[in-house]
Design a protein around this ligand. Structure first.
Ligand SMILES: CCCCCCCCCCCC(=O)SCCNC(=O)CCNC(=O)[C@H](O)C(C)(C)COP(=O)(O)OP(=O)(O)OC[C@H]1O[C@@H](n2cnc3c(N)ncnc32)[C@H](O)[C@@H]1OP(=O)(O)O
Length: 231
């Protein structure tokens, strides 16, 4: 086996272990928010969970440090709060590119509740921001959101397969389209997204409109210390 194959196998192992822990803690979260067991049981589970923390934090990363799952150039985000299999707060949403559109699927449990039985509006915004980011990134220029507005047309049901779709709209006609003195394309991209149930994809429950920019060199330096932020 070559050294590169060795590294690939190690990476796959690491990602599988991270996804396993993510799924286990996600199941724990789901159990915690639906549980109606007695107080003594809640307290004993709380104590048992608290005892587990030090075994995880024995080796930890800090802000700006890459996790072992996401080596430079991979473009992976195993702890992303929407798509990351390793992040227990992520549903996680499974995203595919279909005919230039980003299409996400997921089921949201009671941990994401806003109005009783329905998804919290902030969670819908989180999901849409991410899917718009994928639609923008699909053009080969991953960017950052500079504005996001939502129209909540109908409540989004929990425990129901959902479909989240994002695509790019027309560019802003009021702005220059060519590289200017910043040396970058300064024209923000408009992205549009929707949430519906998988059963009724044409019935839009939430609609989002966002603007994305591709940070120029100075901005990448200022915000990310010069590292290619999308890779
Ligand atoms: C496959 C992969 C999947 C990848 C999938 C990944 C999906 C992840 C999706 C998650 C996306 C996120 O959540 S991103 C995180 C949320 N977003 C952020 O944190 C961005 C926070 N904002 C900032 O840091 C800043 O505002 C900046 C860097 C964007 C701009 O600040 P600045 O450099 O001081 O510029 P400023 O003077 O404010 O800007 C003046 C005007 O120029 C515009 N402008 C500024 N920079 C640019 C630019 N680079 N390009 C165009 N336009 C620009 C501004 O919008 C503004 O327009 P006007 O207003 O005058 O019209």
């Amino acid at each position: 086996m070559t050294q590169q194959e060795d590294q690939q196998e190690e990476l796959a192992e690491r990602r599988a272990a991270v996804a396993e822990l993510g799924a286990a803690v996600r199941a724990l979260t789901d159990a915690a928010v639906v549980s109606e067991v007695d107080d003594a049981t809640l307290r004993s589970v709380a104590a048992a969970v608290a005892e587990l923390v030090p075994s995880l934090t024995a080796a930890r990363r800090e802000r700006h440090e890459r996790p072992a799952t996401d080596p430079p150039g991979s473009g992976h985000r195993w702890y992303n709060p929407v798509i990351g299999a390793g992040n227990p707060m992520a549903p996680p949403v499974h995203v595919e590119l279909v005919d230039g559109r980003a299409v996400g699927t997921c089921v949201l449990g009671l941990a994401y509740e806003g109005p009783r039985g329905y998804v919290h509006g902030g969670i819908s915004a989180l999901l849409l921001d991410q899917i718009l980011g994928h639609a923008h990134g699909a053009s080969g220029r991953p960017g950052m959101t500079i504005s996001l507005s939502l129209r909540y047309r109908g409540p989004v049901p929990l425990n129901t397969p959902l479909r989240i779709t994002g695509w790019l709209g027309e560019s802003d006609p009021g702005r220059p389209s060519d590289a200017d003195d910043h040396g970058d394309d300064r024209q923000p991209s408009h992205a549009i997204g929707t949430i519906s149930t998988a059963d009724e994809p044409d019935s839009v429950l939430v609609e989002a409109r966002g603007k994305f920019i591709v940070p120029n060199r100075k901005q990448v330096q200022r915000i990310f210390g010069g590292e290619d932020f999308a890779r």
